[in-house]
Design a protein around this ligand. Structure first.
Ligand SMILES: NC(=O)c1ccc[n+]([C@@H]2O[C@H](COP(=O)([O-])OP(=O)(O)OC[C@H]3O[C@@H](n4cnc5c(N)ncnc54)[C@H](O)[C@@H]3O)[C@@H](O)[C@H]2O)c1
Ligand SMILES: O=C(O)C[C@H](O)C(=O)O
Length: 331
């Protein structure tokens, strides 16, 4: 019996993500939560003749508690998206409080669930989630994941656009964080190996780092990536559910609290002591099993990208942590 919840289920990401869960055959119950429209989204999805029983809640009458009780996996895409001209950090003001309150619910009602954070700025919202869980004495770093899989999905698509072939052929390690220069694609470690022409390297890296901006610009004020994000978020959730069910050898890049994940201390040392960082992580029955360390093999070019990444991430992480610690008392 697997119960999944989507918090922010009525939104641009939440709806297609919920659809993918509903038709996946991977979950027995799919629980939808949002501050608006979940009765409609829930009624609609409940007509699909899949195995998932769909339940839907709004905040009144203990809706969050009912959504979360018994959950094995919780995905949070709640919060506002960017408009042209905004950075992901500009979303902090509103989304930090939304993530804090929803994760407080997770800490109270399903502290052992896998928790996947999509809401931006991921570089800061994941540290917020960790601090909330710590305050409730239920923080298990092997179960908290910042979802960076859209960067990985984009990277393989954009690499194929340069070197040819099918995007699904390429596995590109994308490490660091999830915004602009904190996103670091390791093009020297693509599998199978690719040769990026020297004169196209900067443009390719830039496209991977700023791929989100392409969508924000094209949507012209109506939001950011939703469909590709739902795909990428579901892909990660599926890997996690399958690994929990016993499938071995699954590795997905994800933004984790390094100290609590096996292998993470070695990465932490290599990235100048940052507490959170995205690296390829092997998944198992209890979540993160091993963080792999791709840093010893990086090229000088990638080292220069990483320098900027570390600078940006340090401030983003601090901002998230301090948002909770400054509030002092228990949430
Ligand atoms: N991690 C990534 O790679 C990635 C990719 C794309 C978008 N995002 C982020 O995901 C978030 C959502 O994007 P979207 O396009 O779906 O936005 P959206 O505005 O379409 O949907 C957000 C939903 O969250 C709901 N919501 C707001 N406050 C809530 C609360 N307190 N509890 C529950 N639900 C609440 C809203 O009602 C809305 O339905 C944004 O912050 C966006 O930046 C992250
Ligand atoms: O670009 C955004 O704001 C949304 C998301 O983080 C993305 O990478 O598409």
């Amino acid at each position: 019996m697997v119960k999944a919840a989507v918090l922010g289920a009525s939104g641009g990401i939440g709806q297609p993500l919920s659809l993918l869960f509903a038709v996946s055959g991977l979950v027995d119950e799919l629980s939808l939560y949002d501050v608006v429209n979940t009765p409609g989204v829930g009624a609609d999805l409940s007509h699909i003749n899949g195995k998932a029983k769909v339940t839907a809640y709004l905040p009144p009458n203990d809706g969050l508690q009912k959504t979360l009780e018994g959950c094995d996996i919780v995905v949070i895409p709640a919060g506002i998206p960017r408009k042209p001209g905004m950075s992901r950090d500009d979303l902090f003001k509103i989304n930090a409080g939304i993530v804090r309150d929803l994760v407080t619910g997770v800490a109270k009602y399903c502290p052992k669930a896998f928790l996947l954070i999509i809401s931006n700025p991921v570089n800061s919202t994941v540290p917020i989630a960790a601090e909330v869980l710590k305050q409730h004495n239920v923080f298990d770093p092997t179960r908290l994941f910042g979802v960076t899989s859209l960067d990985v999905v984009r990277a393989s698509t954009f690499v194929a656009a340069v070197v040819g072939g099918s995007p699904t052929e390429y596995t590109v390690p994308v490490i660091g964080g999830h915004s602009g220069e904190t996103i670091v694609p390791l093009l020297s470690q693509v599998s199978p190996k690719v040769d990026i022409p020297e004169d196209q390297l900067d443009a390719l890296v830039n496209r991977i780092q700023f791929g989100g901006d392409e969508v924000v610009k094209a949507k012209d004020g109506l939001g950011s990536a939703t469909l590709s994000m739902a795909y990428a978020g579901f892909k990660f959730a599926k890997s996690l559910i399958e690994a929990a069910g016993g499938k071995s050898g699954i590795v997905e890049p994800t933004y984790v609290y390094l100290s609590g994940v096996p292998g993470g201390e070695e990465v932490k040392e290599a990235v100048g002591g940052l507490d959170f960082f995205a690296v390829p992580v092997e998944l198992g029955p209890n979540g993160a099993v091993k963080a792999t360390n791709p840093l010893p093999q990086v090229t000088d070019y990638e080292k220069s990208l990483l320098k900027k990444c570390y600078e940006g991430l340090e401030g983003n992480i601090k901002k998230g942590v301090e948002f909770i610690t400054a509030q002092g008392s228990k949430l």
